[in-house]
Design a protein around this ligand. Structure first.
Ligand code: HEC
Length: 179
C-alpha cells in the first residue's frame, strides 16, 4: 500500500509541478496557447503553439518565474478568489479564471472596447479599470492595480491557460449570471 501511495504521490507531483507532465514551465508565456478537442481523452486540451511574445517581448525562464511570483502575490493580496475561481477553488460571483486568457471576449469585445491591438493590452486595460469596461450583468470593482501588477496577472493567466486540467472547466466560455 505504501508503495502504491508513494508512486501516486510522485506521479501526481510529476503531473502538477511547473515543468511537469501536465503543467508547462513558466516560459510557455512566450508561445501561442490554443485549445482543441482530444477525441481519445474525450476532453479539451491546450495546444502550445508557435512563438507569440507577451507584451512584445520574450521572457527568459528566470524572468517568467519572477513575473509568476509577482502575479500570484497580486492575486492573493487582492483576494480575487472572493469572487473568482482558479481550478474550481474560490467563489462563483465572477467567471472561473483558469482559462480566462482564452476567452473569445478579449478579441470580440474588450479589444475594440479598450482600443487595444493585442489581447494582453486589452486585459491590462480591463484589469486596471474594470469599472470602465463592463460587459456583464455583474460588475468587477476597480481594485487599483498598477500597470506592472496588471501585466503580472495577465502573464499568470496566460501560463494557467496552458495547463492541461483534464478538461476543466468544460465549456470555459463565460458562465451566465443568474440575476
Ligand atoms: C468583487 C468581486 C470581484 C473581485 C474581488 C475580482 N473580480 Fe474579476 N470579475 C468580477 C466580475 C463580476 C467580472 C465580470 C465583469 C465583466 O465582464 O464586466 C470579472 C471579470 C474578470 C475577468 C474577465 C474574465 C473573463 O474571461 O470574462 C478577469 C480576467 C478578472 N475578473 C480578473 C480578476 C483579478 C485578477 C482579480 C483580483 C486582482 C479580480 N478579478 C477580482 C468580479 C470580481
Amino acid at each position: 500500500m505504501l508503495v502504491v501511495l508513494a508512486f501516486l504521490t510522485i506521479d501526481s507531483l510529476d503531473a502538477s509541478r511547473a515543468g511537469g507532465r501536465q503543467v508547462p514551465d513558466y516560459d510557455v508565456i512566450n508561445q501561442h496557447i490554443g485549445y482543441t478537442y482530444d477525441w481519445s481523452r474525450r476532453l479539451e486540451v491546450p495546444v502550445i503553439g508557435p512563438a507569440e511574445p507577451l507584451f512584445g517581448r520574450t521572457y527568459s525562464l528566470q524572468e517568467a518565474s519572477g513575473l509568476m511570483s509577482f502575479g500570484k502575490l497580486v492575486i492573493q493580496s487582492r483576494a480575487c478568489m472572493d469572487c473568482h475561481t482558479f481550478f474550481g477553488n474560490g467563489a462563483y460571483y465572477g467567471p472561473d479564471l483558469t482559462k480566462a486568457w482564452l476567452d473569445p471576449a478579449w478579441s470580440q469585445i474588450w479589444m475594440p472596447m479598450t482600443g487595444s491591438s493585442t489581447r494582453e493590452a486589452a486585459m491590462v486595460a480591463f484589469l486596471m479599470h474594470p469599472d470602465q469596461y463592463p460587459t456583464w450583468t455583474r460588475r468587477m470593482p476597480n481594485l487599483h492595480l498598477t500597470r506592472a501588477e496588471a501585466q503580472a496577472v495577465v502573464a499568470y493567466l496566460k501560463w494557467m491557460s496552458a495547463i492541461d486540467t483534464n478538461g476543466f472547466p468544460a465549456h470555459f466560455g463565460r458562465i451566465q449570471a443568474q440575476n
